[in-house]
Write a new protein. Structure first.
Ligand code: ADP
Length: 393
């Protein structure tokens, strides 16, 4: 089935056109700076060159029209697109699984938008535009939170007053669910009956872990929002919640400034003082920069701590899988996290760890108590497979 996957942000729109049978990507790209000066579309075709088309994109509707035009010009008959999958960041209490777009399900995306205002409103608008422009193509909502929806109550509930959490729908929703689901699927394909309790480690510029037991999510590190849990590129992850009050009361920061500080100016960027990108920090640490080394040491420490928290959710684990930008590419970061877990029998093979590949692979030694894998994630394919399941039959 030919599926177009759309990942819309407030000023950007990523797209990927792929075939669910072969997994082959025909084309992908990114509309940037929508509604801002200097907008453009970066586009790439199978086996082709990357191109950058500078074009006015006053709104998302224009951007989507351009995407279809570009695909047509590239020789892909857009009439052959059989479904559109929309990544939705926050599914709230409505999406235990992916759903076909109807007036009702689209309304839910807007209803829960206050939990993720920067994303959900734009995503809902884009879904509406696709329905209007291409009424014959079915649309599917794939929420990033769905996979975490059924974690046990003791894992999702916050110890705040019940009337407050009920009124404002406060709970752990998690994120990266589509990626964690894909990582489980690929791990299961590779290991078969040898995997039951997996700690899935999605380590990109955003990062989260999931405790997955026989395909069911038991806990995850992100919370009400994606700020919780691990130290990330620019996000601080878990800190004492009273820090927020202290910054406002004593530091004189507004609540919006604290929000920006914790989401955009913290994490590896703040610790290293130079960059949010692990490659720059690695180079810094090699030069002997103590702040870069501390950024890495803290990343290893927090990640290994939270891996043990995920293990507790399953009363043990047999496998852990590294994924996303850092997890797939940085042998240094993988080795650093594994070293922290050496005390409990995690051993990775330095040679296997150095291998670069797009395939899922085992990097632990034969005598490691826990199997350690690298599993490249593919959220777009997972979204497209959901579209196929819901619309294909
Ligand atoms: P997101 O999708 O959350 O934006 P990604 O999963 O693409 O993030 O991860 C991006 C991060 O992965 C970069 O910021 C960088 O730290 C890291 N990364 C990407 N490529 C490499 C590499 N070759 N070596 C080390 N780190 C890498």
């Amino acid at each position: 089935m030919n599926v177009l996957v759309i990942n819309a942000g407030s000023s950007s729109l990523k797209y990927q056109l792929l075939d669910t049978t072969s997994g082959e990507v025909f084309a992908k790209g990114n509309c940037e700076r929508i509604g801002i000066d200097g907008s453009f579309v970066g586009h790439e075709e199978r086996g082709g060159e990357k191109s950058k088309l500078e074009v006015a994109l006053p709104d998302h509707k224009t951007a989507i029209k351009h995407v279809f035009e570009i695909l047509d010009q590239a020789g892909f008959d857009t009439d052959k697109i059989e479904g559109i999958g929309h990544r939705v960041v926050q599914g709230g209490w409505y999406f235990p699984e992916s759903k076909v777009v109807t007036d009702e399900t689209l309304g839910w995306v807007r209803e829960v938008a206050p939990l993720a205002p920067l994303h959900n409103y734009a995503e809902a608008d884009v879904i509406e535009i696709c329905r209007e422009l291409f009424p014959s193509i079915g649309n599917v909502i794939v929420a990033d939170t769905s996979f975490h929806y059924n974690i046990p109550e003791k894992a999702w509930r916050y110890a705040l007053p019940r009337d407050v959490v009920d009124k404002l729908h406060i709970r752990k929703y998690g994120a990266h669910g589509t990626s964690h689901r894909y990582i489980w699927r690929k791990t299961k394909e590779l290991l078969g009956d040898d995997v039951h309790k997996l700690v899935s480690c999605h380590l990109g510029s955003g990062a989260s872990l999931s405790a997955i037991e026989d395909g069911h999510d038991m806990d995850t590190t992100m919370g009400l929002t994606p700020l919780d849990g691990l130290i990330m590129g620019t996000r601080c992850g878990s800190i004492d919640p009273a820090t927020v009050c202290y910054l406002v009361r004593e530091g004189g920061y507004t609540i919006d400034e604290v929000d920006t500080m914790m989401n955009k100016q913290s994490g590896l960027l703040a610790l290293s003082g130079i960059s949010s990108d692990s490659r720059d920090i690695e180079a810094g640490a090699e030069r002997g920069d103590a702040n870069c080394q501390m950024a890495f040491d803290m990343f290893y420490y927090r990640t290994s701590q939270l891996i043990m928290e995920m293990a507790q959710a399953m009363h043990g684990f047999d496998t852990m899988a590294f994924s996303a930008g850092i997890g797939e590419n940085s042998d240094v970061m993988r080795a650093g996290v594994a070293k922290e877990l050496e005390w409990m029998g995690v051993k990775i093979d330095p040679e296997k760890n150095k291998v670069r590949s797009d395939e899922p692979r085992v990097i632990s030694t034969d005598d490691s108590k826990i199997r350690v894998l690298v599993v490249p994630t593919n959220e777009e394919l997972m979204i497209a497979l959901d579209v196929e399941e819901l619309l294909g039959k």
